[in-house]
Design a protein around this ligand. Structure first.
Ligand code: SF4
Length: 79
């Protein structure tokens, strides 16, 4: 199991594109106009992806104006 988990609460996204600009290797805008976490799995209305390297996702989460991106470190939410 990977150390980190990144997730997005998609219903809360306000389509500002900040995450896509900060961390394009992980984020893109989906056809429905909201952010999509690449290579993620859907969990209800949210998306989740486990990663060994959190990469730019901390910056993406910290700069999300809707605070709908979260990062977990070994199961503990850090953002
Ligand atoms: S930064 Fe947050 S609100 Fe903006 S597009 Fe990304 S997930 Fe949505």
């Amino acid at each position: 199991m990977a150390r980190f988990k990144v997730m997005i609460e998609r219903p809360v996204c306000i389509s500002c594109e900040s995450c896509v600009n900060i961390c394009p290797e992980f984020w893109e805008m989906a056809p429905d106009g909201f952010s999509h976490l690449k290579d993620s799995k859907k969990v209800g209305e949210n998306e989740e992806r486990e990663v060994d390297d959190v990469s730019c996702n901390n910056d993406a989460a910290e700069n999300c104006p809707a605070t709908c991106i979260h990062v977990y470190d070994n199961g503990k939410r850090i953002i």
